[in-house]
Write a protein that binds this ligand. Sequence first.
Ligand SMILES: Nc1ncnc2c1ncn2[C@@H]1O[C@H](COP(=O)(O)OP(=O)(O)O)[C@@H](O)[C@H]1O
Ligand SMILES: [Mg+2]
Length: 249
Amino acid sequence: MKVDKVNPLIEFDNVSVRYRLPHEKIASLKEYAIRRLKKSINYIDFWALREINFKVYQGELVGIIGSNGAGKSTLLKVISRVLRPTLGSIRVRGLVAPLLELGAGFDYELTGRENIYLNGTILGFKVKDISKRFDRIVDFAGIKDFIDSPLRTYSTGMITRLGFAIATDIKPDILVLDEIFAVGDEEFQKKSIKRIERFKSKGTTILLVSHNLNQVKSMCEKVVWLEGGITRAVGPSKEVIEKYQRTKR
Ligand SMILES: Nc1ncnc2c1ncn2[C@@H]1O[C@H](COP(=O)(O)OP(=O)(O)O)[C@@H](O)[C@H]1O
Ligand SMILES: [Mg+2]
């Protein structure tokens, strides 16, 4: 297999992301509209990411670490095109399979069956292709007996398994994983790690957010350490994780 180490698959160019929160509580939509016209809404600006610059090449396994609120999920959302940078730009080439926060892309009132179609469509697959892969997805997720029950009756583990099964049924160019191993059971972890390893051997690029530093160290060759929206370090896993652990002691 030919691996392209010249043209990056993901390229962050001075990416900053700002969340904007209304400062005061606004009672109604009418009040909001009036105050908006009068420009009398006060916002609190919060920069969740500041001037992020790094590149990811084909086949790389990159871990993203940092404290709660560091900006890890925001970074993955920018890659998955769920969020647009406020400043700067990002280039992403290829099919992205995003596994973001729990339940993203699902409707809890719909059944598992309906959600497979809903989520698959959001990921950009055709209905015909989803039908072809339906049984395989249900089988991998291990939810056969619950397939016609509404998603709200599922456990968090079942929802995570279903999300993973849909997003990874075909090999993506870029796999984005936001703490998916925090909820699944051990058997699911083994199964999904096997699938991830297979993608890896076929050149898929993987970005992984995990609190399990041992897992990051064993799976990823490169680590990005975020703190307060700023990159504290980018480099070989062992080096960056040791630096990170020194500040935690
Ligand atoms: N939709 C949002 N609106 C306002 N602030 C947000 C939003 N999402 C996240 N934040 C804030 O941005 C910061 C980074 O969040 P996040 O990217 O989820 O961090 P992490 O995944 O590293 O815990 C946090 O302080 C969080 O409170
Ligand atoms: Mg997060």
